[in-house]
Design a binder for this molecule. Structure first.
Ligand code: ADP
Length: 750
């Protein structure tokens, strides 16, 4: 860090561009447009052997003669923002050479002169030898980490400073040391963090404007401008772009506390923004020839450029990594038969999708934790909180405890939260967690042995890296590393993929259903044709058998005659079976004629038929409450009730057979029935023989009977199969609940 003001008045900092003074290793001259000296630094005598007061209002030719002044004028005419040239001063003791920087500030022209030994510009060859293969090596390094390490190393060897650091600013302006090259005996600063307030905005602005800042001796006394205010503007001269501009007290104190006497700072820009700084420290004053500074300035620009490439590459690499974790995870859940099952036992790769340290998957009330997370109860409460406070499908925060104070208790695992709602109908969520940022940082901030022997404890603590680090720690309490845009996108992509998988599965199901429906229809029409065609030869067999019995009985002996009668009974039975098949296939093929049907009327007709056909039988059919009017095919529903009532009477050994027909209110529905969409559940209940649990499914299959045909008046075993088909044609469901020996209740929903 090159300046700090956390403890200083910031208004003072707003004036750092007009300090009215410069560093004394150079001399500053402010010229009018006609190149007359308006202001000059008070150290001018050391450079020009003339009192500054004597030089004021003199033309520049007075110092440097006509031809050099003419050369300067030509440079000024180029309209460039800043320029460099060499000037020579003739003195009694011989020639003196200066490296001169020229730029315009408001209505003045500012010349900054530093004494040099050489009269000529640096040649390309010497520049080439200074840079060596640095640029080539920098370009060849592909990984950002290797790149920053190489950069600080090279800057250290070019400048010869004791320590070179690379700082990076985060989105909030806080800084951290990401690379360091140093003398072995110095304690490390790598990993050091400091708050944004350490480099206030005015200082950042200057770093953006002047890409190279050089302070060869922090302990040197400043040289003041004479006069203090510019005669044209009446204001202090704006030295924003002056390379000799003097530095702020805080900067001096801070660096002195670090044992630094010389400083060189190279700004690193990305998209016109200050991305970071390369800062060089030296424990004693250090003067760099202008060639080396020029090389550093040039290198800074190359580094900024290369940094841009590396950052883009690194971001691409990271996005690829996220994408690959995402596709691996999605592949794992889409190959799992049951998506819910896959989420109930989540793959740890779920963490990599957004680079989280922990994750919770919530499927309604079932919560599964992966990695470092708060406990189940804490997660449950957090989900409840998000349900009433978060409306979006994706929500993220890097400071959960600040908006949800209960999270302070688990800041170590969940200072950062990213929550993805998978379903709006069901409570399906994925929550990702990140720990407090402090968990991820380790800078010991070890006391520097050199400093401790030279400084009092107080100064070290008040304005020092250690103090900054503490302040930074205070500021990042309860915050996690931020969620990046690409991580949020990765989470959203996962949601889309899950929705996609669910849709595909629904699609597949729909296809299977369609296919089933088609093959059912084919089967129905095949069964219809087959049974229809079978009827005719059967009728023939039946008729001829009857003729044999009636007209040729005398030709058979007793045994032969019995065979013949069995043949007739068998044809009758077969005829009945074929009728059932025909009925079933018809049911599958005919259009439903649905209409609003009053079940009370329908049942009174059905019951009337039963009473007529079963006179003498002792049975009662109760209908406890008026039945509803429902949308159905009345003929089929008549058949359905007939089948059920017939069975209830058939499979009943009670002296008084009791039947009840009714419907359930939704409130009466049992837990199992609650899965069924809200609709009327009708039932036919009897006090008959009952059905064993293991028979409850089989009885609905075609031709399945639980009793020999002689018992209970024997049926074909088709009644319930037809009942089921009728219910299913209405899009409904039929099932039985029964206690063996006590009776059965057939429920159905249409
Ligand atoms: P069937 O036409 O032979 O009666 P169903 O398909 O109607 O054939 O019934 C199949 C079997 O289910 C019957 O053989 C009988 O054992 C059993 N069953 C049907 N209804 C009842 C009932 N209400 N109580 C007891 N058992 C029944």
């Amino acid at each position: 860090m090159s300046s700090t003001v956390s403890q200083y008045n910031s208004t003072k900092y707003n004036q750092i561009h007009i300090p009215g003074s410069i560093q004394p290793h150079g001399v500053l001259i402010a010229l009018s447009a006609s190149l007359e000296i308006l202001q000059i630094s008070d150290n001018a005598e050391e450079f020009f052997n003339q009192k500054p007061e004597d030089l004021l209002n003199q033309p520049l030719t007075y110092l440097f003669g006509a031809s050099q002044t003419q050369a300067l004028q030509e440079i000024l005419d180029t309209q460039d923002d800043s320029n460099f040239l060499k000037l020579t001063l003739e003195t009694e003791s011989g020639e003196r050479y200066f490296d001169v920087s020229v730029h315009k500030s408001e209505s003045s022209i500012i010349l900054e002169l530093e004494a040099t030994l050489s009269k000529t510009e640096m040649s390309f060859l010497s520049f080439r030898s200074l840079m060596g293969d640095v640029i080539l090596q920098i370009q060849r390094t592909s990984k950002l980490n290797d790149f920053v390490a190489l950069v600080v190393d090279k800057v250290k060897s070019i400048t010869g400073f004791d320590r070179v650091l690379m700082y990076k600013f985060d989105d909030n302006g806080a800084g951290s040391v990401i690379a360091e090259a140093k003398l072995e005996q110095l304690s490390p600063y790598l990993g050091l963090h400091y708050p944004a307030s350490d480099i206030p905005e005015p200082a950042r602005q200057l770093y953006r404007r002047c890409l190279l800042r050089y302070i060869p001796n922090l302990n040197a006394h400043r040289s003041h401008l004479i006069p203090r205010n510019n005669p044209y503007t009446g204001q202090p001269l704006d030295l924003s772009n002056a390379i000799l501009r003097s530095f702020h007290d805080c900067c001096v104190e801070y660096h002195q506390n670090m044992g630094v006497s010389a400083l060189l700072v190279i700004s690193l820009l990305q998209d016109q923004k200050l991305w970071g700084l390369i800062t060089c420290h030296h424990s004693t004053p250090k003067y760099l020839v202008s060639e080396i500074r020029t090389a550093c300035g040039f290198l800074g620009q190359i580094i900024s450029l290369e940094l841009g490439n590396k950052l883009i590459n690194e971001q691409l690499d990271y996005k690829n990594k996220l994408q690959s974790s995402q596709s691996q995870f999605i592949a794992s859940i889409s190959s799992a038969d049951n998506l819910i099952e896959a989420f109930a036992h989540p793959d740890p790769r779920l963490l990599d999708i957004v680079s989280a340290n922990g994750c919770a998957v919530c499927l309604d009330n079932e919560i599964t934790l992966v990695g470092a997370t708060p406990n189940i109860e804490e997660v449950r409460k957090l989900i409840e909180w998000t349900q009433s406070n978060v409306d979006d499908d994706l929500f993220s925060t890097d400071s959960l405890p600040k908006i949800y104070p209960s999270a302070q208790a688990f800041k170590d695992t969940a200072s950062g939260l990213l929550i993805l709602r998978i379903s709006r109908i069901r409570n399906y969520y994925i929550l990702w967690f990140r720990p407090e940022v402090l968990q991820t940082v380790n800078w010991a901030g070890a006391p520097d042995p050199y400093l401790d022997s030279h400084q009092s404890e107080d100064t070290i603590l008040n304005l020092s890296p250690r103090k900054s680090f503490e302040l930074w720690q205070e500021m990042v309490r309860f915050t996690s590393p931020p969620w990046m845009q690409c991580e949020l996108e990765s989470a959203l992509n996962l949601r889309n993929a899950i929705v996609g998988i669910v849709l595909t599965k629904t699609d597949e199901l729909a296809k299977i259903n369609l296919e089933l429906e088609r093959s059912n229809q084919e089967l129905d029409s095949f069964a219809y044709a087959a049974s229809h065609d079978l009827k005719e030869p059967l009728r023939g067999i039946h008729n001829y058998s009857n003729i044999l019995i009636e007209d040729y009985a005398h030709l058979f002996d007793q045994e032969g005659f019995e065979y013949l009668t069995t043949l007739v009974t068998l044809t009758q039975r077969m005829d009945k079976l074929i009728d059932v098949l025909l009925r079933l296939s018809q049911l599958g093929q005919t259009e439903l004629r649905k209409q609003p049907t009053d079940l009370n009327n329908l049942l009174s007709q059905v019951i009337k038929v039963f009473r007529a056909s079963r006179q003498g039988e002792n049975f009662e059919i109760r209908i406890p409450k008026t039945l509803p009017i429902i949308e159905c095919d009345p003929i089929l529903i008549n058949e359905l009730f007939s089948n059920l009532i017939s069975n209830s009477l058939k499979y009943n050994e009670q002296a008084e057979k009791l039947l009840e027909i009714g419907y359930l209110d939704i409130s009466q529905q049992t837990k199992q029935q609650k899965d069924i969409p809200k609709s009327v559940i009708l039932y036919v209940q009897d006090n008959g023989i009952g059905i064993y649990d293991h028979h409850k499914e089989i009885i609905f299959r075609l031709f399945k009977r639980l009793h020999p045909k002689e018992k209970y008046g024997g049926g074909t075993g088709a009644g319930l199969a037809i009942a089921k088909k009728i219910v299913e044609r209405h899009g409904g469901k039929i099932w039985v609940e029964s206690t063996y020996g006590q009776g059965s209740t057939f429920f159905f929903i249409l």
